[in-house]
Structures are given as C-alpha cells and as structure tokens.
Ligand binder design. Structure first.
Ligand code: ZN
Length: 509
C-alpha cells in the first residue's frame, strides 16, 4: 500500500517549527531535571547484522532476545607511557523487567582494591544534556537517577566520559594493570550493573573471588594505541588504521559478551587454528612458543569436547593468551587468560588450566550467574567439566583419578579440619582462598559428580544441554539449574541438593 504525502504550507511549516522548538526546550529541561531519560517504548530496528560474523548461531527467536541486550560503543585512547586511558562511551539499555527502573547503576570495577586502578567519570549525558550522578559503594558504582523512570519495555541511552589509570606491578598475580610488559585491563569502562527482581547487584567481592557480574551485551570499541602494541582483545578486530607515526586505531566488535578486555604486549606472537566451527587464536611471548602452541591445541580439543557434550560453542572466535596471572587463569567471554608460570615453571598445569577456562565459555560466557552469591554454580561446572574432558579424551579411569586427586582429597581434608561449608552463601563467607577453593571448586564439583552418578551420563548431559539452551546469554540462579535438572531427569533431587549445596557437616541446619 502506498500513502500519498501531505503538502505543508509555509504557515504550517512555521507552526511545526515553533512546536518543535517548544518540544525540544521541554525535552531539554526534562533531561536536565530528569537524570537518565527513557527514549521510546519500542526498540529501534535491528542493528545486530554487523555482529553476525561473530556468531555461529543466528536463530530468529534468539536474535529477537539479543536486540534487548545492552549495547556499548566505546572510543578510547591508551597512553601506555603515562598508564592512562581517556574514553567516551555510549550505552543503550532496555528495561526488560516487569517494573519501572528509577535509577541506573554502572560498576567501576577498576576501583576495587584488588584491581588497584582508578576509574573516574567526568560527565554523563543523555541526548547532549548533562545528567546528575554520584559515586556509591566505595566508588565501585555510579548511580544515575532516572526521572521519569524507565518503564518496562522502554530503553534509555546515555553517554559517559571517563579516565582510567592503572598500577604497574613488578611481579605476582596481576589481573588489572601492567606487569612484565603485559597490559591487562578488563572492565576498563563503566559497566552496566545487573538488575533483576532483587534490584541492582552492587556487591564488592573478596579478592579471592571473581568480581565481574554483568549482562551479555554488544560492543563496538575503537582504541587508539601505539603501533608497537599487539592486542588480544574480546571478539574480533574488524579494522586497523595507521593514524600517525607510531599510533594506530583498531576497531573491535564483540557480542553477546559479558565483558570487554584490553589485553596486550609489545612482544606478543600469535598462532591460529580452526576447530569445531571456531577460529582459535593463541597469544604468547616468543620465548614461550612451544607452550603457546600447546595452549592452542588444548583449547581446540576442549572446545570440541564441550561443544559435543553441552551444545555448540556459539562464537566464531576464541582466544587463549599468556597473561601475568602466575599459575592461575581467568575467564572472559571468548577470551581465556592463562598465567605465564604455566607456560614455564608450572608447565604441567597448562593443560588443566586451559580446559578449565575453556569450560567457562559455557559456564560464564553463555550461562551467567552471580559470582558473589553463587560462585559455586559456574566454578563447580567449569571444574567438573574437566571430568567430562578427561573421560572423553583419556578414558574413564583417568577421569576417576582426577576426581580423587582434585576434589575428593581437598574436600576430605577441609572436612577433617571441621571446615565443611554450605555452598549456597556469599563468597566472603569462605574466609580464605584455600577454603574458597576446597568448597566453591572441589565440593561443588563433587555435587555435579553426585548428580551425574545419580541420573546417569545420558540424563546428566541432557540436563546441561537444556540448561545452556534455556539460559544462553542470560543469567541463571541455582534454583533455575535445579529446576532444569529436576524437569529433565524427572527425579526429586532435593536430598542431593540438600546434602551438597544447602548443608555442611557440623553446621547448624
Ligand atoms: Zn574458574
């Protein structure tokens, strides 16, 4: 059907202009008074097509859900000599809940004591008008009031300008900052906090637990940095331009991911291989090439094993990278950081570390959960995934040996010390890193082992596949996992959950 265009007289045009000016003035005033301002009641037309090369799956129903996810556009300039970054960010956020949202919270993770950086916001705007904001939670959060509130289904857009500085640390575990020539900057920008039925999640986790808790989102990031610097970032680099002598601008695109990480080194070398529908990149220092090759091969093998066990890896790229994390690792969406000691003195731990972190591409990157209140859920699944890996690659006997050594031993020791703990409690209740690991890793892995043995292998993997399908790029709570497990297995799993998750030896019921 075609519609004929109306004719606008000069007088009519004048009236429209006046109305437009009044409206604009009203909107400007409202924005000044208002705080974050909702835009329209419906989402704009899909702009996700540019992200399609990043994804191995493009189901219309899923894409419709992705259109409601937050979108970040970030432009930043890195000054590696001064250890500072100047950035601007545009964020679009949709209220996907049933009730209005009265304020927005952004997390400033670099200000966590364990990160040791400083992220300051110099201004927040909506449609060019400045918005009020205030720091909260020991400067790890920024509160932006929304008046009028963002109604269910509405979306809001805001811009923020920020400055980041980071520490230089000689040695040891450095997840955030500069060390041994590495620059590692996860969450270098204000990150939208998670909001759900319980409100905004603004917890400050202890140093031994993971900190980042975020929605899956889409990112377009333009970084200006020295040409000498090689980046192993999140997602895919889509463009690189030489700007002036010694300076380049790179454009990265990622999504749906829970984080965007700048990780780089002037001497990074790279190996690439294809495996099970993904292009896998391995970044390492030249002197660690053999380990870099091994990390690439372990990652490829784990990606195929887990794709088969839990459902396909959804992205077309995955990266493993040597990082200043001693012999520890850290998972980000599509990006696995592996401590440089496992490329050297702890080389015998590289395989285990790699298969653990790659499992987080299902249990973190795909299905997210609150790392402060229920760390055991993704850590237990990532940890116990190595049983799956060992059983399928080295045989059942090796997998059984792994259970005895890695989980039964540490858990039995903790119990013998009277230190059994309830899994379902906040991370800081575990007091020390050692106890956190014997519970959130070992005891949680044993819960999944007990579940697998109770329902049998076929049903166990059917549960995990259903869990990923239902919560991919969403956030799940333990109750969601229990529900899926109960429905798929058609069994009452209450006694098992009670024994492993909700109670502890010697603890009051
Ligand atoms: Zn982990």
């Amino acid at each position: 059907m075609e519609r004929s265009g109306g004719h606008v007289t000069r007088r009519g045009l004048y009236s429209l202009l006046v109305i437009g000016v009044i409206l604009a003035a009203l909107m400007g005033t409202a924005a000044l008074l208002a705080g974050c301002r909702p835009a329209q009641s419906a989402a704009p037309p899909s702009a996700l097509e540019p992200y399609r090369p990043l994804l191995n799956t493009w189901e219309p129903e899923e894409v419709r859900y992705w259109e409601g996810l937050p979108r970040y556009t970030i432009t930043a300039t890195l000054n590696t000599a001064e250890r500072t970054l100047q950035g601007k960010m545009h964020l679009r956020f949709t209220n996907r809940e049933q009730s209005p949202i009265y304020e927005l919270y952004l997390r400033l993770y670099p200000n966590l004591p364990q990160y040791g950086g400083e992220l300051r916001v110099s201004g927040v705007w909506s449609a060019g008008s400045p918005l009020p904001f205030e720091y909260d939670r020991a400067d790890t959060a920024l509160k932006i009031p929304c008046t009028p509130p963002i109604q269910p289904g509405q979306w809001a857009e805001l811009d923020a300008a920020f400055t980041l500085s980071w520490p230089a640390v000689d040695e040891g575990w450095v997840l955030f900052g500069e060390s041994a020539g590495f620059l590692s900057l996860p969450y270098f920008y204000p990150t939208l906090a998670v909001h759900n039925g319980q409100g905004w999640h603004l917890d400050i986790p202890p140093a031994f637990a993971d900190a980042g808790f975020s929605e899956a989102a889409f990112y377009d990031v333009w970084l200006t940095l020295p040409t000498s610097f090689t980046l192993a970032g999140t997602g895919m680099q889509v463009e690189e331009q030489l700007q002036e002598s010694g300076v380049k601008q790179v454009h990265w695109r990622a999504g749906p991911v829970r984080d965007f990480v700048i990780l780089g080194h002037a001497r990074y070398q790279e190996l690439v291989r294809e495996a099970c529908g993904a292009r896998i990149h391995s970044f390492f220092l030249p002197e660690d090439r053999a380990a870099g090759q091994a990390a690439l091969d372990y990652a490829a093998s784990a990606l195929c094993v887990y794709s088969d066990a839990y459902g396909p890896y959804p992205f077309t790229v995955m990266t493993v990278a040597e990082a200043p994390l001693t012999f520890h690792g850290m998972e980000f969406s599509g990006l696995n950081l592996l401590g440089m000691d496992t490329y050297r003195s702890h080389r015998d731990e590289l395989r285990y570390l790699t298969i653990h972190e790659v499992a987080h591409q299902w249990w973190y990157a795909q299905v997210g959960n609150d790392p402060y209140n229920c760390a055991w859920l993704d850590e237990g699944l990532a940890e116990y995934s190595s049983y799956t890996y060992y059983a399928r690659v080295y045989g059942r006997e090796e997998a059984e040996r792994l259970r005895t050594l890695r989980w039964e031993g540490p858990y039995a020791y903790a119990r013998s010390q009277g230190q059994d703990k309830v899994l379902a409690q906040p991370a800081d209740q575990f007091v020390s890193q050692r106890l956190y690991e014997s519970m959130v890793y070992a005891k949680a892995a044993l819960f999944f082992d007990a579940l697998r043995r109770a329902v049998g292998d076929d049903v166990y993997y059917a549960i995990l596949q259903a869990y990923v399908r239902q919560y991919r790029f969403r956030i799940a709570a333990p109750a969601d996992f229990f529900q899926v497990a109960g429905e798929v297995s058609r069994r009452d799993l209450t006694p098992l959950i009670q024994q492993w998750v909700l109670t502890a030896e010697g603890a009051a019921p």
